[in-house]
Structure formats: C-alpha cells, structure tokens
Design a binder for this molecule. Structure first.
Ligand code: UDP
Length: 416
C-alpha cells in the first residue's frame, strides 16, 4: 500500500470483515476472494465535493473499504471557482429536467475549468471512475491506460434534451456508464450498467447511538423532544421539496401535535443552497425548526429519534437519507419518484406519496400509531440489511471492474 501501514491505524478501520455479523461469513469470503483477484490494482474516483451530498458520503466509505481489502482506490475532487459550480449546478438541474440557457460563456467556463483540473490531476490509473456531470469532460484530456467509467447519480428520467445533446459526446468517450436504475438509461453507445448506492452502517451518520447520546446531540441544537419529531434531512435544494414538507406538516398538525425539523447543509458544489435555506427560514416557528449545519452526528440522532422521516423529493436519483433512516428502524414517507420507489415498498416498509395532501395524511397515520411505526421500521431495517449495505455496493463494483476485457470492453451483453 505505497508505504502506508493500515495496521498502524490509531482508529479501528472498517473492513469487509466488520460486516460479517450483518451479511454473514459466506458473503464476506466471496467479496474478499473477488478483491484478492484485483489486489494492487490502482483505481481513482473523481467527483466535485468532499462533503455535502450522497456522492461524497458514498466515496468516503467505499474508498476506505476497498483499500482495506487491498485495492488501491483513490478519491480526487475537482476544484472550481464559484462561477464553475454555478454552471454545473444548472447542468445538474437540467439533467433532472429543468430548463437551461446553455450559452457559449457557460460551456467555456465548464470546459476550461475541467481542462485546468486535468492538467494537475496526473491520472494514469488502471480504472478511472468519474462521478456526475461536473468532471465529465476530463476524459478528453488523457491517454487511457485502462477503462474509464462515468457514474451518473442523478435522476435521468427526464433530462433536458439540449443539455443532453451537449454532454452526450463526452459520455460517448467512456467505456461504460453506471446509473442507479434501468429507467435512467439513455440512447448511447457505451454499455450501461445499473448499481444502486448503499450506506455504511458504521459511519458517524449511521452507527448505533444510545438514548443519552441522541438527547445530548438534539439538546445541543435546542431541538424540543416533548412532541413526536417529523424530520427531513437534505441539502437545501428545490428538488427535495422542503416547502412541500412544511406545507404537509402544517396540514398534519391540524390532527396531530408534533415538531418538524428540517436539517440541511450546503455542499461546496451547490451554490443555490444558501438562497433556498434563507427562503425557508421565513417559515420557521416554535414547532418548525430549520437548521443549516454540517453535523452528521445530528443527522444520525434525528433519523433515530424521529417518529417519521420525510424525503418528499420531486426528483431523486437515489436518496441515501431514505436508506439511512430506514436502517435506524424509522419509517420513511418518500416522494414517489426515481430511486425512492425502489427503496421504499409502499405500505410495507414505509410510504410513497405524490402530493402534499398524501404526505400529510401519512404523517398523521404514522405519528399517531406506534404499532404501525414499529412494524414499518422493522421491515425497513431488514430491507437495508439485505440490499443497501456498502458491501453489496463494493461487490457490484468489483464485478463490474472484473468484467472489463484487456481492450477495455465490458464482457457480457450490452445494456445488461
Ligand atoms: N447530509 C448531511 N447533512 C445534512 C444533509 C445531508 O450529512 O444536513 C448527508 C445525508 O446524511 C446523506 C447525504 O448527505 O448521506 C445526502 O445524500 P442523498 O442521496 O440523500 O442526497 P443528495 O444530496 O446526494 O442529492
């Protein structure tokens, strides 16, 4: 491992073996066998923020887990001026269906900043995984030594056509494209594969907390615990529909007493967040708390203590926050969109909703029925254990990487 002695780590590092009590010895052995075959491979991931969003959350755990299994897996973050991230946020919105005015100026800023990053990145890895649209054009600036994969996390069910036509030539250069769901597939030449994200149950966001620890964390932010908590944890982003959450909560409060907590952060690659937050603050009142903080222990405490968690998104490639809450045995009411429809089975381990009114009705139902809460929560946790833990994600990547042939082509049928 390039001189780094993992065994000397002062902290207990999560390894594939750490998952044995959750996934069983056979799964651990199978993954380690696959990893052994790729030992000393050099892989790099490139994205656009170290924190504040699902991609960073996944990479921070997955890259460590891969290294712990002997696969040298790096993580680089592209740098950009605020105007670059303003352009890429507009692109992100347009990939999810919003309009965009794709001027020459915007294209120029985008391509120039990515080029500048390429110059200082020195990528000569065996496999390169580029996440989301921000670093997408990097591929044009390198002589490839191995396959390049574009991993797009956004909800591509209704991409803005003008933007897609502009980005498609960059996408065409890749050896494979990974999307969260088959319904996000596009008409492109590279083979497309579908991998749903997953969570790390040992991270600060997800590890077990006892009641005192939860109380302590909530107390730090003066979050009242006298009434049931209704919670949404999300970047401040219009696609997360925070206003819809407030409207649904206000309707629900006509029938049940509760406190709403909206907690969010602002990622470094998301310049719109501050404005969304400031707008929402106008709705704050004694029973509607709106917090902008970067505190993953608070996220953990809220998801754990909540009577119900909402994720009322109107677009969602895959909602990590949904899976995080479900892992804590907390029922989630999610927007019936994108990945959430694959994470929640309506009425079995949570609820899916289409409108403010439906969300309000489900809040009332869940908050006023502890027995229902417990049943949904148990199913929710088991769903995550079986399908959405980081070991499954790591194995999906090992399988994908292992199926590249020496000419960088993927074995197996295209689009499988
Ligand atoms: N998150 C956080 N603090 C916040 C809001 C979000 O740590 O105030 C984390 C959250 O726990 C999750 C990730 O950011 O791990 C958000 O991922 P998700 O897939 O839900 O949404 P994205 O931001 O990627 O659209």
């Amino acid at each position: 491992m390039d001189g780094l002695n993992i065994d000397s780590a002062p902290f207990g590092m999560t390894t594939v073996e750490s998952y044995e009590p959750l996934v069983g010895a056979a799964t651990v052995e199978r993954i380690l066998r696959k990893a052994e075959a790729m030992r000393d491979m050099h892989i790099v991931n490139v994205n656009s923020t170290y924190y504040g969003g699902g991609v960073a959350e996944i990479l921070s755990s997955l890259t460590l887990l891969m290294n712990a299994a002997g696969i040298r897996t790096g993580w680089r973050v592209i740098q950009g001026r605020p105007d670059f991230f303003s352009v890429t946020k507009k692109m992100h919105n347009a990939l999810q269906g919003a309009d965009i005015n794709l001027s020459d100026l915007k294209r120029g800023i985008y391509e120039e900043v990515v080029y500048e990053n390429a110059v200082r990145m020195h990528i000569d890895h065996d496999v390169v995984i580029v996440h989301d649209p921000q670093p997408l054009p990097l591929i044009g600036h390198f002589r490839r030594r191995g396959p390049w994969v574009w991993r797009c996390h956004v909800d591509l069910s209704h991409p803005n056509r003008e933007l897609w036509s502009y980005l498609a030539p960059f996408v065409e250069c890749y050896d494979a494209v990974v999307l969260s769901l088959p319904e996000y597939a596009q008409k492109i030449t590279p083979p497309q594969r579908f991998i749903m994200p997953a969570i790390n149950p040992f991270s600060t966001t997800n590890k077990n907390l006892d009641d005192d620890e939860v109380d302590e964390r909530l107390g730090r932010y003066d979050i009242p615990t006298d009434l049931p908590l209704v919670v949404q944890v999300s970047r401040f982003d219009k696609w997360k529909d925070p206003q819809g959450v407030i409207d649904a909560f206000r309707l629900a409060r006509r029938e049940v007493d509760a406190t709403l907590v909206l907690v969010g952060n602002v990622a470094t690659d998301d310049p719109e967040g501050q404005e969304v937050f400031e707008d929402l603050c106008k709705c704050a009142e004694e029973r509607i708390r709106i917090l902008s903080v970067q505190d993953t222990a608070l996220v953990n405490a809220l998801q754990r203590r909540a009577a119900v968690v909402l994720q009322k998104s109107t677009r969602e490639g895959f909602g990590l926050t949904v899976t995080e809450a479900m892992w804590k045995g907390t029922p989630v009411i999610g927007g019936k969109v994108g990945g959430i429809r694959h994470q929640i089975e309506d009425g079995v381990n949570g609820f899916l909703v289409d409108s403010v009114e439906q969300a309000a009705a489900r809040i009332v139902q869940v908050v006023s029925n502890p027995d229902l809460r417990r049943k949904l929560g148990e199913k929710a946790r088991e769903t995550v254990r079986a399908r959405f833990l980081m070991t499954r994600l790591m194995e999906d990547w090992l399988d994908l990487i292992g199926s590249f042939e020496s000419n960088f082509r993927l074995k197996g049928p295209v689009g499988a």
